[in-house]
Ligand binder design. Structure first.
Ligand SMILES: Nc1ncnc2c1ncn2[C@@H]1O[C@H](COP(=O)(O)OP(=O)(O)OP(=O)(O)O)[C@@H](O)[C@H]1O
Ligand code: SF4
Ligand SMILES: [Mg+2]
Length: 333
């Protein structure tokens, strides 16, 4: 199943990007003052155009959430820049951030993080509108309209989050993110906590609303199958660095980077024979290798786990460059 509409596929390559991330570096804790230490995000650049969904994939700890948080102003940037609709937004003062908060929204894995358990759904949905100066009666009406748009009854406004199922709560979180008519939504693992059929429903909802409202998404997930359903373009992250970037079809069906190939081989498939083949491939790609902790400061970050690594890989960091139909950071892609 694919949720890519012809309309969204035809997003205008020439349109001004909604988001431009350039050479982003983020260090946590003591590493902030020790520039040679490993960075959680290490020189990441990408753009998102109007109506486009960019998938951000990678293993646990690769820096996906850190990038999302930096865009949302929840994480300080060490260097590099983030521009939203042409305006530099990293390091914005809280007041300027609040103004931006209506246009730049988020949906997280756990809806409890965005829904106050003690507030009624109506109050939770109305809150971001009230903050931006909308009158209470209008905010309440828009909350009811928005609930209808995400497939819930209007009278859900009077109920509390705990009175809904996980899937329904995620619909409410989507409603809360979209009620302010944003142009970009950072979706960080929005369906990871849901069962498969509920995942499909929420993904369908996100795709429909994107196309209806002309939204852009940064769609963060570790599950390649989920990203395939929604994203037009994909970035593959490893240890805070971009390994491969390209159209979803190019990256998923003709991966050029050994890490992307290993990641794809690690993603589960329902067919047991295909899954056994994946397991064999994964083992040959050393994606579960024990040497994951060793990382070369100067060479390719994947060198310690890559079956194709050479001396060159250990000494020279490969740049992101064209390889077949995608861009790959590999000397031999
Ligand atoms: N608040 C923090 N303080 C220190 N280090 C952190 C902090 N948050 C994240 N990190 C580190 O930064 C790196 C990237 O973490 P991040 O949460 O961005 O990864 P992720 O790709 O979102 O992983 P996951 O798939 O598990 O959600 C990890 O090494 C993590 O340990
Ligand atoms: S540059 Fe070398 S180590 Fe890195 S992915 Fe390519 S072949 Fe493997
Ligand atoms: Mg994360």
């Amino acid at each position: 199943m694919t949720l890519l509409s012809p309309q969204s596929l035809a997003s205008d390559a020439a349109a001004q990007p909604v988001l431009e991330v350039e050479n982003l570096v983020i260090r946590y804790g003591r590493a902030t003052r020790r520039p040679t230490g490993p960075a959680a995000v290490d020189g990441v650049s990408f753009t998102i155009r109007p109506g486009e969904t960019l998938g951000l994939v990678g293993e646990s700890g690769s820096g996906k959430t850190t990038i999302g948080k930096a865009i949302l102003g929840l994480q300080a940037v060490t260097s590099g820049s983030i521009r939203f609709e042409g305006q530099q937004i990293d390091g914005l003062k809280p007041r300027a951030r609040r103004v931006l908060a209506t246009k730049l929204r988020a949906v997280f894995q756990d809806p409890y993080s965005s829904l106050n358990p003690r507030l009624s759904i109506g109050d939770s949905l109305a809150e971001p509108l009230l903050v931006s100066g909308v009158r209470r009666e209008e905010a309440q009406l828009r909350a009811e309209d928005m609930l209808e748009q995400v497939g819930l009854p209007r009278d859900a406004v009077t109920r509390l989050p705990r009175q809904f199922s996980g899937g329904q709560r995620q619909r409410i979180a989507v409603a809360r993110a979209l009620i302010t008519r944003p142009s970009l939504v950072v979706c960080d693992e929005p369906v990871s906590a849901l069962d498969l059929s509920t995942q499909a429903q929420v993904l369908n909802l996100l795709a429909d609303l994107r196309d209806e409202l002309g939204l852009s998404y940064l769609f963060i997930a570790h599950d390649m199958a989920v990203v395939r359903m929604l994203a037009q373009r994909v970035i593959v992250l490893y240890r805070g660095q971009v390994m491969e970037e390209g159209s979803t079809a190019a990256v998923m069906d003709d991966a050029r980077h050994p890490f992307t190939q290993a990641l794809l081989a690690a993603s589960p498939v329902p067919d047991p024979i295909a899954q056994a083949e994946r397991r064999r491939l994964r083992e040959s790609r050393l994606v579960d290798g024990a040497s994951a902790s060793s990382i070369s400061a100067t060479g390719c970050p994947f060198a310690a786990r890559c079956p194709m690594a050479t001396e060159l890989c250990r000494t020279e960091r490969p740049a992101l460059r064209p390889a077949a139909t995608s861009l790959a950071a590999c000397h031999y892609a």
